[in-house]
Ligand binder design. Structure first.
Ligand code: TXA
Ligand code: MG
Length: 361
């Protein structure tokens, strides 16, 4: 299959491109498109064969359900039932936007889209082109992140091309995505709303709008042996090809420790990488050093993280150390993704006795 790429201007809907994309989706084809979070790999959500194509293109396990994207509130009841009042409160505040909610599905949603589950994940993106495209496609677009399974989610069309060229009909290039991390997922099918994947909409924001919420322990606790409830969260994700370690501790100790490790690994002939805050980036002697922005700027870190993980691969970093960042607000979501990228390999700078995972390379 030859993949066509159309570049669009930001903040300017290109109706010709939207119509073309809509027609492709309606006949069962695949279109990758920008959203405010990351690029999505879209197919008609109500067509099981389209969903099967999405799984094939991504190389994604078929038990990992897709998110259905809608453009209008009135369409929610077509695919979801038993939507609680709290969910409407949350939607009022954060839809359209980087929020996905899980409900019981209606019969028109094929199991091929929900990975066999009776529940369905729904999101209404705020990206104008994304919403126009959803409408042009008939209203329901299944779209996982547009990366090969296991790779970091794409924040630039270049990475979609890298992963999916020849596997999709069309890629819409809308430049860098604004948020850079995938949507917050809140499950409304249980007794209480539960955050299954942290994101730009934080736990405090959800609690404020919906009144109450819990966070699935497995997403935040690196030592938890509970399986996360979003099937996609159980897979090792976002992983760079190099071995990644997260280093926790007091800033100066973290820098000193990382530099010690770099010297050691270099002597072993390995190419080293570091992910650091802007304030400390110039302390490091690694072959490749990437700055995530100012230490307490979680939003900037969110925008940079996935690009940085891909660049470390492109620059062949074989062993990578990342400073641990503040886990507040959107920073919590950044840490969640970093932990997953590191396969939960966390090192403690300072007290040697506290070090974990030293042999895990
Ligand atoms: O920001 C986003 O959400 C992006 C853009 C493209 O909208 N999409 C995205 O999709 O991140 P994906 O497929 O990469 O991640 C969806 C996550 C997976 O971890 C999946 O297991 C979970 O949502 N999920 C989907 N449906 C679910 C369901 N019914 N129950 C539990 N988890 C579900
Ligand atoms: Mg994904």
């Amino acid at each position: 299959m030859k993949t066509k790429v159309i570049t669009i201007e930001e903040n300017n809907i290109n109706m010709e491109a939207v119509e073309e994309a809509g027609a492709i989706l309606k006949r069962g084809g695949l279109v990758a498109f920008p959203t405010e979070t990351v690029y999505g790999l879209g197919g008609d959500a109500l067509n099981g064969e389209s969903s099967a194509r999405i799984y094939a293109a991504k190389g994604r396990p078929s038990d990992n359900p897709l998110i259905i994207h809608i453009a209008d509130m009135g369409d929610l009841s077509m695919i979801a039932k038993d939507v609680p009042k709290e969910a409407y409160l949350l939607a009022e505040r954060y839809w359209p936007g980087p929020l996905t909610m899980i409900f019981h599905k209606t019969d028109i949603v094929p199991y091929a889209t929900t990975g066999g589950l009776k529940t369905v994940a729904v999101r209404m993106p705020s990206h104008e082109t994304a919403r126009a495209l959803i409408r042009a496609a008939g209203g329901f677009v299944a779209a996982p992140s547009a990366n090969r399974s296991g790779r970091p989610s794409p924040t630039l069309a270049r990475y979609v091309i890298e992963d999916l060229d020849g596997c999709v009909d069309l890629i819409i290039d809308g430049g860098q995505t604004q948020i850079g991390l995938e949507s917050t997922i809140v499950d409304f099918t249980g007794e209480e709303p539960v955050i299954l994947r942290p994101g730009y909409v934080t736990e405090a924001m959800v609690r404020e709008a919906a009144g109450r919420v819990l966070t699935d322990q497995a997403v935040i606790d690196s030592d938890s042996d509970q399986a996360p409830r979003a099937p996609g969260m159980k897979y090792r994700h976002y992983a760079p090809r190099g071995s990644l370690f997260l280093v926790e501790g007091e800033t100066d100790k973290v820098s000193a420790y990382i530099n010690e490790q770099i010297a050691l690994k270099r002597r072993q002939g390995l190419r080293t990488g570091v992910i650091a805050a802007q304030e400390t980036a110039d302390r490091y002697t690694a072959d490749v050093v990437k700055s995530m922005g100012k230490r307490h700027d979680g939003e900037e870190a969110a925008r940079q993280l996935f690009r940085i993980l891909r660049e470390l691969d492109d620059e062949n970093a074989q062993i990578i150390y990342a400073e641990a960042f503040a886990g507040e607000g959107v920073g919590a979501a950044v840490m969640n993704r970093l932990l997953k990228a590191a396969g939960h390999q966390v090192l403690q700078a300072g007290d040697k006795q506290d070090q974990k995972g030293e042999t895990a390379q």
